[in-house]
Design a protein around this ligand. Structure first.
Ligand SMILES: [Zn+2]
Length: 240
């Protein structure tokens, strides 16, 4: 067997030795002590934390080490929560970031788009949710008594109220769920109209959202005694 002297760079001339990343790797390898057989066989260890190595792999521990931590955004609980439906969360997230391709954003591409729900000249995120008379009627009807007199057509106020108003546990979940479903259904109705398909009146959209709410609540299957078991009863209370 040929024994190589690790200090001899002739054996490590990767990419001509000019690439910085290879130089770093070479330096790190050279700093390592040479394995000694007497100390036992080589084993694989997974890094769980700084100076904490274990024989088993942990996805959580690994993720915690490679993730880039960012400041928690104050709307995160409005978008991501246990009872949410991913496709509704996704559209809500786009709406919060103002990334839905509304008329206002389409203007950059030289296109003009008026509000397809009411005919208002300029379609913006804030108009669609819920300054538009059509969407506001849907929002008013579908939230029932959850918001009471504090309901507003203003987007920023709505998101802030969902986030900060004090409510019971059940109402907190219901408000977030119904908000996402309303945003999703209004955006879908807007796209249906944009593609020239048959549109529906706000009463019908309202009952579609109500039905989606009931289906979602049933699918959650909270058992008797769970603190969220009363979700459906509470939904009936505030909407009937
Ligand atoms: Zn409108």
């Amino acid at each position: 067997m040929e024994v190589c002297d690790a200090s001899d760079n002739a054996h490590w001339r990767l990419g001509g030795g000019r690439i910085r990343v290879f130089q770093d790797i070479i330096e790190q390898i050279q700093e390592r002590p040479v394995p000694v057989n007497d100390l036992g066989p080589d084993i694989v260890l997974w890094k769980h934390n700084q100076n904490d190595y274990k024989e088993f792999f942990s996805a959580t521990r690994t993720w915690e080490q490679i993730r880039v931590r960012r400041e928690r955004v104050d709307w995160s609980t409005v978008v991501w929560f246990t009872q949410a439906v991913p496709r509704f969360s996704f559209i809500t997230w786009l709406a919060i970031k103002d990334r839905l391709s509304t008329g206002e954003r389409m203007r950059v591409w030289g296109l003009h788009q008026e509000c397809l729900l009411c005919g208002e000249r300029n379609e913006t995120r804030d108009h669609l949710f819920f300054a538009c008379p059509y969407s506001y009627m849907v929002w008013l009807r579908v939230t029932g008594r959850l918001f009471g007199t504090r309901i507003t057509p203003d987007w920023q106020d709505t998101v802030a109220r969902i986030r900060y108003d004090r409510r019971s546990k059940l109402d907190t979940v219901l408000v977030r769920m119904v908000f996402q479903m309303t945003v999703y259904h209004i955006w879908r109705e807007r796209n249906v109209r944009r593609h020239g398909k048959a549109w529906i009146p706000y009463e019908k959209l309202t009952s579609q959202i109500d039905k989606t709410m009931r289906n979602r609540i049933s699918s959650l299957k909270y058992s008797y005694g769970d603190k969220l078991a009363g979700l459906m009863r509470r939904w009936f209370e505030v909407t009937m």
